[in-house]
Ligand binder design. Structure first.
Ligand code: ZN
Ligand code: ZN
Length: 247
């Protein structure tokens, strides 16, 4: 980007490094917020989201139309509530296919809201509302994909850290994709190691989706381990476990 382009875009002439708002920086943000000394370093954005988060948002958007079809098939075949979704995530549903219908409404509604939002922010003409749901969803995916770079950089919420309720477009896309993957049972289960935490000794270690660290779910502990530290801890536990008990 040239100097003029930099001035026109309103960005500072000297690029300022900002940490990517993606979930993988969650451990760093938490450590910073606690104000305690730490040796974590964030992944920087280019200029807001890092390349990994941008690529992921693009890939997840591309998969949404097919996922929506699979979710809709669930409604047509009307699985019993027991077999719908994943254990513990789906409460009882009043009629067959209701879970599928609700999820479709949630994802398509969210996509259309994001398209409307981007059209308004970028001063483009309003979306054509007179078409079938599938068509509207596919057009919204195409539109958001075409404006994704802007959405992940210039959108007013583009800097908001990703979490379940974040209005950051990348976090929303991730949330729709993850929910649809879970519903269709295509998700890779979260990495829940069966090794007790190195600090609080509970079976509470897990590795959040896309995170570079293992975290302890115990709020009073909150231990963070790099994959190398986790590996060393596992080996130590295995060695201790294998040691013969003294007679
Ligand atoms: Zn990132
Ligand atoms: Zn712990």
């Amino acid at each position: 980007m040239g100097v003029i382009a930099l001035m026109r875009s309103g960005r500072p002439l000297v690029p300022v490094l900002t940490p990517c708002p993606g979930h993988h920086n969650h451990a760093w943000r938490r450590a910073e917020a606690a104000g305690l000394p730490h040796d974590l370093s964030p992944v920087w954005g280019h200029p807001v989201h890092c390349g990994r988060c941008t690529d992921r948002a693009q890939a997840q958007l591309a998969e949404l139309p097919e996922l929506l079809v699979v979710v809709a098939l669930e409604a047509r075949h009307g699985s019993r509530p027991k077999t719908t979704g994943t254990v513990g995530r789906t409460p009882s549903h009043r009629w067959p296919g209701e879970a599928s219908r609700m999820l479709t409404d949630h994802i398509v509604g969210g996509l259309l809201d994001l398209e409307d939002d981007l059209r308004e922010l970028r001063h483009l003409r309003p979306r054509n509302t007179a078409s079938a749901e599938g068509q509207k969803a596919c057009r919204a995916v195409q539109f958001v994909t075409a404006h994704l770079e802007w959405a992940l950089t210039e959108h007013p919420m583009a800097n908001e850290p990703h979490d379940r309720l974040s209005a950051n477009p990348a976090a929303q896309i991730h949330s729709w994709h993850t929910t649809a993957m879970r519903f269709t049972r295509r998700d890779v289960r979260l990495d829940h190691p069966q090794v007790p935490c190195a600090r609080c000794n509970l079976l509470s270690l897990y590795r959040p989706d896309g995170s570079d660290y293992y975290e302890c779910r115990n709020v009073e502990c909150g231990l963070l381990l790099t994959p190398a530290e986790y590996q060393a801890h596992t080996q130590r536990m295995t060695t201790e476990h294998a040691r013969p008990v003294a007679a």
